[in-house]
Ligand binder design. Structure first.
Ligand code: BYC
Length: 323
């Protein structure tokens, strides 16, 4: 088929909600857009393990420790599904990891903030996983098959993560005066960075229009941020803690909550690598990668040994047939 026909077939599939699969023809820019978003998403899951892993050894009970451990392991799984989905687009795992470790690749700004108290585990689950669900449920309908299918399982797990976080804050908010203060302090520190997770405002988002045209993103950054604010207001009221935004109020005409201006200077500063924990996070990943070198070497040696054994068995089988 010539280029025009290939493009027409691709556009027709997008229009008719037929998934694009790895072996299908796709425009180079579509492939690049997906690699960019999926690899950044994978890196976010992997770096996102670090702020919570910080609290596994200090969880207040065995039950909390087991739950947090399971949650952090889920994030590792999400990273692996997403790297696999990106690999179907002709980029190798090594290349993506190199991009992360060299500081070239982006990952979600939210993971460059410190986790200072146990209440932060609640705030991360409630707000960070809550924002992730808001953003990722529509990605289950993304036009690229492997990404969309991966997101289905990821979203189920994120939903459990969100509930465990909310339940931590519910327990604290029904506890002593000091525990309530911990919950409020965590909300104060995580609220604005959580709103930044949705990315720049639509008029400053270079990728949204094309991504929506290709049905990768189904909603814009501002649409999802608004939905998130609307649900959080009700949830904060149940917790009895206050969202740190004096401009937050119900707008009857819009049927949505109005909210204050995000500090975009802070956002871009964090995205460019100058947030409170950017260096610490990258250093941790680099050292994990270096310490894991022997595991990768052993796995490769084992795979090579298995391959040779299979080749030998196949040869023997063939010579038996001849006899
Ligand atoms: N942080 O044109 P835009 C999780 C970048 S993991 C850093 O709007 P797009 C979890 C953006 O990449 C959650 N960078 O882009 C894990 C672009 O840069 P480049 C992660 C950001 O792609 C562990 C530029 O700004 N979720 O839930 O249309 C524990 C312009 O932006 C950010 C995902 O990755 C940011 N916040 O929209 C707990 C979801 N925002 O590439 C929880 C999948 C924007 O031009 N990704 N940038 O250099 C998406 O849905 C979209 O990529 C985004 C951005 C909405 C994030």
């Amino acid at each position: 088929m010539d280029a025009e026909k290939l493009l027409a077939t691709f556009d027709d599939k997008i229009d008719r909600e037929i998934r694009i699969e790895p072996k299908d023809w796709m425009p180079e820019e579509y492939r690049k857009m997906l690699i960019r978003q999926i690899s950044q998403h994978a890196h976010s899951e992997i770096v996102g393990m670090l702020p919570e892993a910080n609290w596994i050894t200090r969880a207040p009970s065995l039950k909390r420790k087991a739950t947090l451990l399971a949650k952090v392991q889920d994030e590792a799984g999400h990273g692996l599904y997403l790297y696999c989905a990106a690999e179907t687009l002709n980029i190798s795992r090594e290349e993506m990891i190199d991009q992360l470790l060299s500081g070239k690749a982006k990952y979600s700004s939210i993971f460059n903030y410190p986790t200072l108290s146990w209440a932060d585990m609640g705030a991360i689950g409630w707000l960070v996983d809550g924002a992730a669900i808001m953003n990722q449920v529509p990605l289950c309908r993304a036009s690229y098959g492997p990404y969309a299918r991966g997101m289905v399982r990821i979203c189920k797990e994120e939903s459990f993560h969100q509930r465990q976080g909310y339940e931590i804050l519910l327990t604290l908010s029904r506890g002593s005066k000091q525990q309530k203060a911990m919950a409020q302090d965590a909300l104060n520190r995580w609220w604005w960075p959580s709103l930044m997770m949705f990315g720049p405002n639509d008029d400053a988002s270079p990728h949204t229009a094309q991504s929506m045209k290709w049905k990768i993103k189904r909603f814009s950054n501002d649409e999802l941020r608004q939905k998130f604010v609307d649900v959080c207001v009700e949830q904060a009221a149940i917790l009895g803690i206050t969202i740190p935004d004096s401009d937050l109020k119900w707008n009857e005409e819009r049927r949505h909550y109005d909210f204050g201006e995000i500090n975009w200077d802070e956002f871009w500063n964090v995205v460019k690598g100058n947030g409170p924990c950017n260096k610490e996070r990258l250093d941790a990943r680099i050292s994990a990668h270096e310490n894991g070198a022997w595991v990768r070497e052993a796995a490769m040696a084992h795979a090579e040994k298995k391959k040779r054994k299979m080749e030998k068995e196949n040869l023997e089988k063939k010579s038996d047939v001849k006899v």
